[in-house]
Design a binder for this molecule. Structure first.
Ligand code: ZN
Length: 170
């Protein structure tokens, strides 16, 4: 089932999400729906708060559905190591058609649980590392606009406010 994606302005996006405690059927269903929603958007990552569920999990696929090995779900993730820097354009499904440069770690190591409750470690580089860092921020109620300097941020916020006013923020 494709779920509506929450846009910037909704309080759920700035709340710290709570850990997943039960790896039950309901969770499997949520994960399945999150993948469907992400692929339909289309996007490469989607965190639970973006569909209004304040839980610590996200789905991602940097191959856009082309490589099954890149289809990932990270539940209760912890970033345990970061290394280097990369700067590149980033977008967010909660900020439709807004893109700007963000600096993220070049490489990171994260520990998380999969949908069956099994713990695993992922050592990620480049786009995968960027995606994990971005989605993990969502679980802490943090958004990518926080990485903008004050002037650029003001510019982006003005653009968003204008679009909200025009009803072009859905
Ligand atoms: Zn996002």
């Amino acid at each position: 089932m494709i779920l509506p994606i929450v846009k910037y302005g909704d309080v759920v996006l700035t709340k710290k999400a709570t850990p997943v405690t039960e790896f039950n059927e309901e969770l499997q269903e949520l994960v399945k729906n999150m993948f469907e929603t992400m692929y339909a958007a289309p996007g490469v990552g989607l965190a639970a708060p973006q569909i209004g569920v304040s839980k610590r999990l996200f789905v991602m696929d940097c191959s856009g559905g082309k490589n099954p090995e890149e289809k990932l779900v990270l539940i209760n993730p912890e970033i345990v190591q970061v290394e280097g820097k990369q700067t590149g354009d980033e977008g967010c499904l909660s900020f439709p058609n807004i893109y700007f440069e963000v600096t993220r770690p070049k490489r990171l190591v994260a520990r998380a649980f999969d949908a069956t409750g099994k713990e695993f470690t992922i050592d990620a580089m480049d786009l995968t590392a960027r995606c994990i860092a971005h989605e993990n921020d969502h679980l802490n109620g943090e958004l990518f606009i926080q990485y903008l300097g004050p002037l650029k941020r003001e510019l982006v916020m003005r653009k968003i406010k204008k679009r909200i006013k025009l009803g072009d923020w859905k």
